[in-house]
Write a protein that binds this ligand. Sequence first.
Ligand SMILES: Nc1ncnc2c1ncn2[C@@H]1O[C@H](COP(=O)(O)OP(=O)(O)O)[C@@H](O)[C@H]1O
Ligand SMILES: N[C@@H](CC(=O)OP(=O)(O)O)C(=O)O
Length: 452
Amino acid sequence: MKVVKFGGTSLATGAAVKQALNIITADPARQIVVVSAPGKRHDGDIKVTDLLIRYANETINGEDTAKTVQEIFERYETIGHFFDLPDEKIKIIKELLVDLPKKDYPNDEYLLAAFKAHGERLNARLIAMIMNHLGIKARFVDPTEAGIMVTGAPNDAIVNPETYRNLAGFKYEVYDRLVFPGFFGITPSGHIATFSRGGSDITGAILARGFHARLYENFTDVDAIFSANPNVVDDPEPIRTMTYREMRELSYAGFSVFHDEALIPAIQGQIPINVKNTHAPEKPGTMIVPEKGFKPENIITGVASGKHFSALYLHKYLLNKEAGFTLRILDILEKHNVPYEHMPSGIDDISIIFDKKFLNDQLIDVLCDEIQNKINPDRLEWIDDYSITMIVGEGMRDRVGAAAGILQPLADAHISLQMINQGASQISIMLGTKRADADKAVQVIYHQFFAN
Ligand SMILES: Nc1ncnc2c1ncn2[C@@H]1O[C@H](COP(=O)(O)OP(=O)(O)O)[C@@H](O)[C@H]1O
Ligand SMILES: N[C@@H](CC(=O)OP(=O)(O)O)C(=O)O
């Protein structure tokens, strides 16, 4: 059995859904289907998830929602009409949309999560209805019924292990095809919570692990995962095969094509992942596989940069001799519920790198104030302009000279580095640069290792 997940661009129009259905029906093993909400149909278009966020905000602010509801409904209606699905059937989508503000939510965060999740929830219902209308046996399954349980923040949830016990008891084998909405699960108190943006990939991986799929096929809008983001490098080389670890490090730093958290269930279940193009399913795409037995073809597999970081730089003489220095910083971060990403240090200096999504201006001021008072550094500097570039490859393991091959061309291109981190992971080198240099760093490194 295979789990197949289709991203938003693969389901944005009736014609795209038809192509997805051709892919599903071409292989009887494609039994578990996971769908995203309809995505962008063209540049400048708005994803249904973003329309739902607008709908949620209008509801919270007591504003008129009629126009937004109609805009969202028309996205589904157009897809339904493409398949001549009767209005009688499509109208359930409108009813569910209109009902959203009438439900009870513990607070606005839960309201936002529930509204957002309906992009996927309504799409899975619609696609199951279309399949039945076309004579394809299929059934919509809600995460409540399957027991996809989550904990954590309502808009940044994590899967709860109970999910796997629930899925073990769910007899998927007796159905021809099941259509699951991606992106969300149910909290212990019975409310909807979503994963972070792009999180339908995570649902696919959870189901692949829970049902012991032999393959997780992830259909998107590119032929493969490329060695660099195609929006940054022209015509980058496709990656044929890569390891889970390589993908995790690259998706963390910007390979948005596959969600970094989605790798964890796949690794736990040792499920191979195949990222493929919905519009060219005959192409091999990229296989993401376990490390064992993997033979790298190149020194580096890919290079990526993420621009969503900022850093706190602290300088204090004899910092290396002061027991408990780091612990006191971590205490302050924990008190404010702020996770840190990395903490490279020298003898008198330490940088703490954060993901911006966990911060706001007020929190930054509070953190800096407490650290200044409790730690008393000689210098404290908040660096808002911070990017991380990751150069990743199993081929770098135990390889002498890999760092020199990376650093020299960056110096030649006058890119100044705020941080270099190698060692903790044997398969990657992490560089800190200014945001404006991040794309250039990717281009320089790509050309050094691939274009030559
Ligand atoms: N290294 C990469 N290889 C392929 N695509 C990439 C890479 N880095 C970023 N992308 C972007 O990821 C996009 C696909 O991801 P996403 O839009 O989330 O897909 P989906 O809607 O199918 O989930 C591609 O269109 C491409 O612009
Ligand atoms: N629709 C959600 C979840 C998702 O995974 O979407 P996509 O597969 O289109 O990236 C989002 O936009 O975040």
